[in-house]
Design a protein around this ligand. Structure first.
Ligand SMILES: Nc1nc2c(ncn2[C@@H]2O[C@H](COP(=O)(O)OP(=O)(O)OP(=O)(O)O)[C@@H](O)[C@H]2O)c(=O)[nH]1
Ligand SMILES: [Mg+2]
Length: 621
């Protein structure tokens, strides 16, 4: 028996492989109610048997598939069949869509038979059948297929012990594949596609749940959400609520973090000896890093709300609603998910673009992704909006002005993305041709809270640890350069002050002094660094007064309103993210596109910021 034994989890898209994988490994692979979420193979050790490795595969409709992430799955599956370390294959089938799942399962069983690999069926979503009082004949199905069938719910955990036992038993005594010849001597599993389809239909009719599950309520929901008018209106409303929630729901949490930090500062600072150490803790730690921590609740809520939308099944409808309008801009409905994922972070967005089947449309989607308002921009937006837009509400307080401003700046980023793809797609006829739009609609479901909360928590943690490291290093360097040689007595005469004056002319056209210039330059490492750098600089400058928040520091600094708007515009366009450039290079196989995007978006950002400053200042008088 090999030391490591691997089990492949394969199945149709959206059948619940990743949720099952998470349950069996304790990991947190992305799960969502949308086909094509997993785009890479992910391995993890089983929680009950560490030598057992489970492998979550991207979903595939057919083993004859040849496109994008499906090819990754199919190639790796065939390689796995020849790999002695692979002890079994689990084919995950969504029992609420049995026939479709069985078409693929029959192909998998057939391939495993040829290579003598043990295979079993995980009949998933049994909880949904149970909640509708439905049953299916699992023993009958197992007998007909001649492979073990385990009834499971990856959501509730039902039947997972049994599945684990089956997997372990194959590892301990690798049994040859059971004969695929039935008692009458007929080969029950055909390799011909049309026969496979017919067999799946017959098996589903004989052993599957009777009646159409949820069909009525699902259709009624679709009649509403895909309606030409109500669909469009509800889409706009849902997107509006999404962005409002970032401000309104996160506000109390953000205030809480700020209060804790202020409380800690008041408690800790008197304990430290006066001088450089106390100044460092107060300016760099509380001023710089604290200013950035305040925004973590927003990242959490944004990830949670986008996750809820994904898991409810609504996003696939949104992709349909957006298909026509997106075509005007040279994109396709399939670009919608990568673009919306980029609202959380561009990196998963770039990976999600693998599901855009036309290579040209995928390339155009890459152009739009860096302009989507990602969560790293959120702290910068929040800070500037809080400094310049009053915290009052319109329509009796229902719509907050700050929330409105947030929606506007988000829309601005999205519009810039669409504008770029519209212009670029018109430069060549080839870029306008598209493949037919075929997208499978997942069922509407109540979101599963546990994975969503965990995902939001992980994203926030990742944000703090990854961005936190960069912010910490930059903050320390900025503080040292800004504090010496005069012990923070005069920031303008510090080493940083002298350097800042050199770069000041570059930012003067949009009303910014050298402090903002330094903060912008540091933010090319990661956008959030802007907030940390400003926090540190104002911390040093503020001397004893620095317990006030960064927002107040900015308000007191006399920054013209046009410069505030110019900063917002600059940050919504510039491509200040090293990771995005690296992942784009990996996905496109060359530095060409990342370099082009970096240079052109920097120039675009600079020009648009200047224009904004001039316009707003002339309006403001
Ligand atoms: N009710 C219920 N929902 C489930 C179950 N298993 C998965 N889901 C939901 O089904 C959706 C798809 O789950 P995933 O694990 O992402 O599916 P997948 O097969 O990995 O999908 P791809 O990676 O796109 O191929 C999510 O909304 C899950 O919460 C289950 O047993 N019961
Ligand atoms: Mg998956």
């Amino acid at each position: 028996m090999p030391l490591i034994s691997k089990t492949i989890l394969i199945g149709s898209p959206n059948s619940g492989k990743s949720l099952l994988f998470n349950q069996l490994t304790g990991l947190n692979q992305k799960v969502a109610n949308f086909p094509g979420i997993t785009v890479n193979i992910k391995s993890g050790k089983s929680t009950v048997a560490p030598e057992l490795v489970l492998m979550d595969f991207p979903g595939v409709y057919s083993l004859h598939a040849i496109s994008g992430e499906e090819k990754i799955s199919v190639d790796a599956f065939y390689a796995g069949l020849k790999d002695p370390e692979v002890s079994s294959v689990v084919c995950v089938v969504d029992t609420t869509r049995l026939e479709k799942g069985l078409i693929f399962a029959l192909q998998v069983i057939n391939a495993c038979a040829k290579h003598n690999k043990p295979v079993m069926i995980a009949a998933n979503m049994i909880d949904v059948l149970n909640s509708h009082g439905m049953t299916m004949d699992l023993e009958g199905l197992a007998a007909a297929l001649k492979v073990p069938v385990a009834a499971i719910s990856a959501k509730s955990g039902l039947g997972l012990d049994h599945l684990q036992e089956l997997i372990t038993s194959h590892r301990d005594s690798p049994s040859p594949y059971p004969s695929d010849i039935d008692s009458k001597g007929n080969n029950i599993i055909a390799s011909d596609d049309s026969i496979v389809h017919r067999q799946a239909q017959q098996l589903a009719a004989s052993f599957g749940p009777k009646g159409d599950i949820l069909i009525n309520s699902q259709t009624r929901l679709d009649q509403f959400f895909l309606h030409s008018w109500f669909g469009g209106i509800s889409f706009i409303l849902i997107m509006f609520l999404l962005f409002q929630s970032i401000f309104t729901w996160a506000a109390p949490l953000m205030d809480g973090v700020e209060s804790i930090l202020q409380f800690a500062a008041v408690a800790v600072l008197p304990l430290l000896p006066a001088g450089a150490i106390s100044d460092f803790v107060s300016d760099a730690l509380f001023g710089g890093i604290g200013a950035f921590l305040v925004f973590v609740p927003q990242i959490f809520i944004l990830t949670l709300v986008v996750g809820m939308l994904e898991d409810s099944g609504y996003l696939a409808r949104a992709a349909v609603i957006c298909h026509k309008p997106l075509r005007i801009f040279g994109l396709t409905g399939k670009s919608f998910i990568p673009m919306l994922s980029s609202v959380a972070c561009a990196i998963p967005g770039i990976y999600a673009a693998r599901t855009v089947d036309s290579p040209r449309k995928r390339w155009l989607t890459y152009l739009a992704i860096p302009l989507m308002p990602c969560s790293a921009r959120l702290p910068v937006y929040s800070l500037l909006i809080a400094a310049f837009i009053p915290a009052t509400g319109a329509f009796g307080g229902v719509v907050g002005w700050q929330g409105f401003a947030m929606v506007s700046i988000y829309l601005f980023g999205i519009l810039c993305g669409l504008l770029v793809t519209a212009l670029v797609s018109r430069t060549s006829a080839a870029l306008q041709t598209d493949l037919p739009f075929v997208l499978e609609m997942p069922p509407y479901r109540l979101p599963s809270w546990k994975p969503l909360l965990r995902n939001a928590w992980d994203r926030s943690k990742h944000f703090v640890t990854k961005a936190g490291k960069v912010i910490f290093m930059v903050t320390v360097v900025i503080w040292v350069l800004g504090y010496f040689p005069n012990q923070g007595a005069d920031l303008g005469q510090s080493w940083l002050g002298h350097m800042g004056k050199i770069i000041e002319p570059a930012f003067a056209p949009f009303g910014l002094d050298w402090k903002y210039g330094v903060a912008i330059l540091t933010s090319f490492l990661a956008r959030e660094v802007f907030v940390g750098t400003l926090g540190t600089l104002f911390g040093i400058e503020g001397g004893e007064e620095n317990i006030i928040s960064l927002v107040e520091h900015i308000q007191n600094s006399g920054l013209p309103i046009g410069a505030g708007f110019a900063l917002l515009v600059f940050f919504s366009i510039a491509l200040q993210c090293v990771s995005t450039l690296a992942v784009l290079r990996r996905e496109t196989g060359s530095w060409r596109l990342p370099t082009q995007l970096f240079v052109s978006y920097s120039i675009f950002a600079y020009g648009a910021a200047w224009l904004t400053f001039v316009t707003v200042q002339s309006i403001a008088g």
